[in-house]
Structure formats: C-alpha cells, structure tokens
Design a binder for this molecule. Structure first.
Ligand code: NDP
Ligand code: GDR
Length: 372
C-alpha cells in the first residue's frame, strides 16, 4: 500500500511538531514548510530530522511562507499531498494588535493562497485540507458553552484574520466540493508551548522563582478565563477530522474553564506553595501564604506576582468554554489530559529546564556574548 503524504504548514510550531511526530508514527510521509530565519528555528522538530543521504526518508522540510503564493503552488505540486494541515500563522493575539496588516496577510489571505494553490493545480478531489481555526472567533461572549453554531464576534486583528480563513475554507468546500474543514480549537498548551503565551510564561516563571533565578512575574488580565487542553490531545483530533466521512467543522475543547489567576495558583501549588492574592485590577498582587516544600528557601509573605498593564489588550476575550459534544459523539474524541495533568506535564518539564540553568549558573557558566 502506498504511504499517505501529509504537508504541514507551521511545522516548526507547537502543534506542527506534535502532529509531525503523530503522523510519522501512523506511517505517513510528512513534508513541512518552514520559514527561513537567521537563527535555527527547528528546535521542536530536530529529533525528527533525518539525514537526507539515507534511504527511505519520510520527513522532509521545504522553505516557504504563507505570504508567497508561487512558493506554495510549487511545494504542493512537488509534494502532491493527500492531506494539508494549515497550522502556520502569526498566532499571538496581543502581537496582532501591533502587526494587524501582516497578520491579515499570513493568517487570512495565507489560507486563501493554499486553497487556490490546490484549485490551480487541479487537486480539489485529491487533497484534503485542515484549517487551524480558533475559539478566538467567539470573542465577545454571545453564548456559553460555545459550540459549532455559536455566533462569532472577533475581538482582535488575529481573530478577524482567522474569521476570513474560517469562511473561505467553508466557501471552497461548498463552491468546489473540496474536502476542507475547520477545527475550532480552544487553547491548547504543552511543555513546548511558545514562551510568551500565558501558561508557558507562568510555568517557566514559577520554576525560576522557586529556584531563585527570578524575583517575580508580571502578568496582564488575571480574570480572563480559558478552556485549556493539552496539544497532544488536540493534534490527534486534527487527524481524525480529515478521516471523517464528510468534511465538516468541529469544536475541540475540554469543557472546563479556569482564570489566569487560578492557573498561577495551580502552578505554585505544584511545588508546594500556596498563593494569596490581594488588591484589585492593576493593583492586584500575589504573595506567598504558605510553603511546605523544604527544598525551596522562600520567604512567607513575599510578593511574587504583580500586574503590568502593558499586557492588557485593547479588546479582550473574557470567557471561553467549549462544548465538544459533536467531536465526542461523531468521532469518539476524548481528551486524555485534564488541566491538573497539563500543569504537571508543563511544570515538570520547566522545572527540569530551570534546574539545568541553575546548575550552569552555579557552575559559573553563562550565555556567550558574541561581541565580547
Ligand atoms: P505556534 O505559534 O507555535 O506556531 C506557528 C507556526 O507558524 C510556526 O511554525 C511559525 O514559524 C509558522 N508561521 C508563522 N507565520 C508564518 C508564515 N507567514 N508563513 C509560514 N509559516 C509561518 O502556533 P501553535 O502551534 O500553537 O498553533 C498552530 C495553529 O493553530 C496556528 O494557526 C494557531 O493560530 C492555531 N491555533 C492555536 C491554538 C493554541 O491554543 N495553540 C488554538 C487555536 C488555534 P516560526 O517557527 O518560524 O515562527
Ligand atoms: P490567547 O492566549 O490570547 O487565548 O490565544 P494567551 O496565552 O496569549 O492569553 C490567554 C489569556 O491570558 C491573558 N493574560 C496574558 N497573556 C499573555 N500572553 N501574557 C500575559 O502576561 C498575560 N496575562 C494575562 C490574556 O489577556 C488572555 O486573556 C491563544 C493562541 O494560541 C491563539 O493562537 C489561539 O487561537 C487561542 O489561544 C485559542
């Protein structure tokens, strides 16, 4: 039997890395599109790299960018994928307010470029496409929990760009009979989550604070509520979506929502520290209430969480909680991780990482400064 061929845009990102690993285990040939950068950007997929000189290679990387139509057409023509997973995006909501035009180009029109490439190449009936849609589409609360039929009200340039991508995917499915689907994924995290998203920022900072490598953490809106799942569960569902009998759109979520403040408490709880929050809004602060871990030499009452308004967004998404009943009933999708297991996974990994940093620091090593 011929192996299936998948093409993943955004292969160097959190989801791209997990999905590559997952599809390789399913015996796919996996091609990924990566951007050229002045430093290596393949940390998350280096373990999958294969020497191009060996036979039977099944993981390939191509330079490319969602803002470059001719590049996308050429790569798709060369690769002849059975399945395309469009995961590439300027994916940071706060940054999209700083770079709205680029975000629209990459996240919105980029999706159109891929769909058009498939059409130009006459591959509408051969190639299935998964579009990485997002719970950010729901934006300002219209209904909870959010389902496939909840109206959209995007609240950021990122969400508006993703809304175009959502509808152009639906339109190409209806207009040209393409197998094109949206996965409306709620926030999903992991030990390889980008360091500026709030969960990873918190797990890294918690680990550094308890090891004495950082004094405190500054955060934005502590009241925001998110439905956080584990990326490993969510990438499995991306694949399941493209194996369904009919192309459809699907909500993927855990159905549990938590505030940023409670996520911080859970992370410190993981290392035996109880936090107490006092004050309101920008004046709110988090203090160490109790510490039952003798390994860490932390002073009771020390302020270790503070709010910095620079992390507030011009328009915020206050509450996300998804209802994945359709995915559960029609595709049998059940997440393996709950929030506690996610926190444990992320905290163990970051503690390990920061222990290594502490070891290097204690040993007198430091990051090389090229200009010295
Ligand atoms: P990441 O930010 O970790 O990865 C994004 C990927 O896209 C990276 O590989 C990045 O490359 C690449 N990329 C960015 N811009 C371009 C471009 N112009 N051309 C080609 N590649 C580009 O995101 P995640 O893995 O977390 O998310 C994957 C997708 O799912 C994204 O589309 C995101 O918007 C969406 N999503 C994510 C959710 C989440 O909670 N994680 C929830 C719902 C949707 P580089 O490494 O060079 O920066
Ligand atoms: P989000 O994720 O915007 O939901 O988008 P992020 O982790 O950035 O923010 C979640 C919530 O936490 C609040 N917050 C902070 N956020 C960041 N990044 N840094 C802070 O210091 C901070 N303090 C509080 C935010 O205001 C927000 O309410 C993610 C991305 O992966 C998108 O690509 C994806 O589409 C959605 O999840 C679903």
């Amino acid at each position: 039997m011929q192996k299936k061929i998948a093409l993943i845009t955004g292969v160097t990102g959190q989801d791209g890395a997990y999905l590559s690993e997952f599809l390789l285990k399913k015996d796919y040939i996996v091609h990924g599109i990566k951007r050229r950068s002045s430093l290596f950007n393949t940390d998350r997929i280096d373990h999958l790299y294969q020497d191009p000189h060996v036979e039977n290679q099944n993981f390939f990387l191509h330079y490319g960018d969602l803002t470059d139509s001719t590049n996308l057409i050429r790569v798709i023509q060369e690769v002849q994928p059975d399945e395309i997973y469009n995961l590439a995006a300027m994916s940071h909501v706060a940054v999209s307010f700083e770079m709205p035009e680029y975000t629209a180009n990459a996240d919105g029109i980029g999706t159109l470029r891929l769909l058009e490439a498939i059409r130009i190449l006459g591959m509408e009936k051969k190639t299935k496409i998964y579009q990485a849609s997002t719970s950010e589409l729901y934006g300002k609360v219209q209904e909870v929990p959010q389902t496939e039929t909840t109206p959209f009200y995007p609240r950021s340039p990122y969400a508006v760009a993703k809304m175009y991508a959502y509808w152009i995917t639906v339109n190409y499915r209806e207009a040209y009979g393409m197998y094109a689907c949206n996965g409306i994924l709620f926030n999903h995290e992991s030990p390889i989550r980008g360091e500026t998203f709030v969960t990873r920022k918190i797990t890294r900072a918690t680990s550094k604070i308890v090891l004495g490598l950082q004094d405190k953490i500054f955060l934005g809106n502590l009241d925001a509520q998110r439905d956080w799942g584990h990326a490993k569960d969510y990438i499995r569902m991306m694949w399941m979506i493209l194996q369904a009998d009919e192309p459809e759109d699907w909500v993927i979520a855990t159905g549990v929502t938590t505030t940023v403040r409670d996520f911080v408490k859970m992370c410190f709880g993981h290392v035996g520290i109880e936090l107490e929050f006092k004050g309101e809004g920008a004046a709110e602060k988090g203090y160490i209430k109790t510490c039952n871990n003798a390994e860490y030499n932390l002073e009771i009452g020390k302020e270790i969480v503070a709010v910095d308004e620079k992390y507030f967004r011009p328009t915020e998404v206050e509450l996300l909680i998804g209802d994945a009943t359709k995915a559960r009933e029609k595709l049998g999708w059940i997440p393996e991780y709950d929030l506690a297991a996610l926190v444990t996974d992320m905290m163990s990994s970051d503690l390990d990482l920061m222990h290594k940093q502490q070891y290097l620091k204690d040993g007198g090593y430091r990051i090389k400064n090229y200009f010295e």
